[in-house]
Write a protein that binds this ligand. Structure first.
Ligand SMILES: [Zn+2]
Length: 341
């Protein structure tokens, strides 16, 4: 397997995906601007930093922490990228831009996607859900810094659940061709392992998906402790895999449940601006759009009926909220996670 440079990953992406800027990761944040905000542990907020220059990288390391029974779940983020308005099949670019403006989130580069990861801790075990793009897309690469705010190094992560093998969810696992989480078992759905390591599928895929195929091959080579998992199963008591096939063949979510509380991390079931208001709008990287739409049509009403607390990778940090039915239309309601007892 040839070494895949960061630049090579980037070359495979459609023009515009770099709108958030790509400068080999983040410039070091100033000590003043460092702020860790936590809802359940003693958080500190730094004094207001000096005005940031235009196109400043992430200047704080946001952390959001909630308790789900005996689990502590911490939202972390690797950064963000702006996705052009033309990346949402099912809607015209003008329609998406108009929706973004109506939500006061319009940006010149398009729809801002966060790259949120979630650390689940219980009984001394640390399980990370996804690892971010790690500088391969947009303004990213902040996850190690975010773990550092918790006093953790990558080597201390016991397991990583990879919700699917797209580069923005697994890039941090294979930065610079290394096994970046040497202490971790990996859990990946078997259908995604099969799909993303199939040379025939790779040669038939559009250019912008090639980096994900190449990274998946690296992942399998670098992580002998990768477990290809089948369907819904419990990883440990109260932590289980949920089948959300559609976005990719083996796209999965993770349910955390204990003491009458629950959270479901749904990865790419929801994209900002367009979801959950519509199910007939997809994202460019979804190859099987009918399958993605069908899963959203099943999932959104079910999640709304349950009032499920959701964590979603690309929604505004910390990605915690609920899908609510509002006069016949679904909308995203941000969860009041902070300072809740
Ligand atoms: Zn994604």
């Amino acid at each position: 397997m040839p070494h895949i440079s960061r630049r090579a990953w980037v070359r495979g992406l459609p023009l515009g995906l770099l709108a958030g800027g790509l400068g080999g990761g983040l410039a070091p944040a100033s000590a003043l601007a460092q702020a860790a905000v936590s809802g359940t542990v003693s958080g500190t907020v730094a004094p207001a930093p000096a005005p940031a220059p235009a196109l400043a990288p992430v200047s704080v390391t946001p952390l959001a922490q909630i308790r789900i029974g005996r689990f502590t779940v911490t939202a972390l983020t690797d950064g963000y990228a702006d996705m052009p308005y033309s990346y949402f099949p099912g809607r015209s670019a003008a329609d998406v831009a108009q929706d973004a403006a109506a939500q006061s989130t319009a940006r010149p580069g398009g729809v801002r996607f966060l790259f949120n990861q979630y650390l689940v801790e219980e009984g001394g075990r640390r399980i990370l859900i996804d690892a971010g793009p790690a500088g391969s897309i947009g303004q990213t690469g902040a996850l190690p810094q975010a773990l550092g705010q918790l006093g953790l190094r990558r080597e201390q992560i016991d397991a990583v659940i990879v919700t699917h093998l797209h580069q923005d969810h697994m890039g941090g696992l294979v930065v610079e061709g290394r096994n970046n989480y040497p202490g971790a078992e990996l859990y990946v759905d078997r259908r995604d392992v099969a799909h993303w390591t199939d040379p025939a599928k790779r040669s038939g895929a559009p250019d912008y998906l090639r980096p994900s195929f190449d990274m998946a091959a690296e992942l399998v080579r670098l992580y002998p402790r990768l477990q290809a998992i089948d369907g819904e199963r419990e990883i440990l008591r109260g932590l289980s895999i949920v089948d959300l096939t559609g976005h990719t063949p083996g796209h999965i979510g993770v349910r955390v449940e204990d003491g009458g509380q629950s959270l479901i991390m749904v990865s790419d079931m929801l994209f900002p601006v367009v979801h959950p208001g519509a199910t007939d709008v997809c994202f460019l990287f979804e190859q099987d759009r009918a399958a993605a739409q069908a899963m959203r049509e099943r999932f959104f009403p079910r999640a709304a009926a349950e009032g499920a607390l959701i964590a979603a990778t690309h929604m505004p940090f910390p990605g915690l909220g609920r899908i609510v039915a509002d006069r016949g239309r679904m909308r995203w309601q941000v969860a009041d996670w902070a300072l809740q007892g």
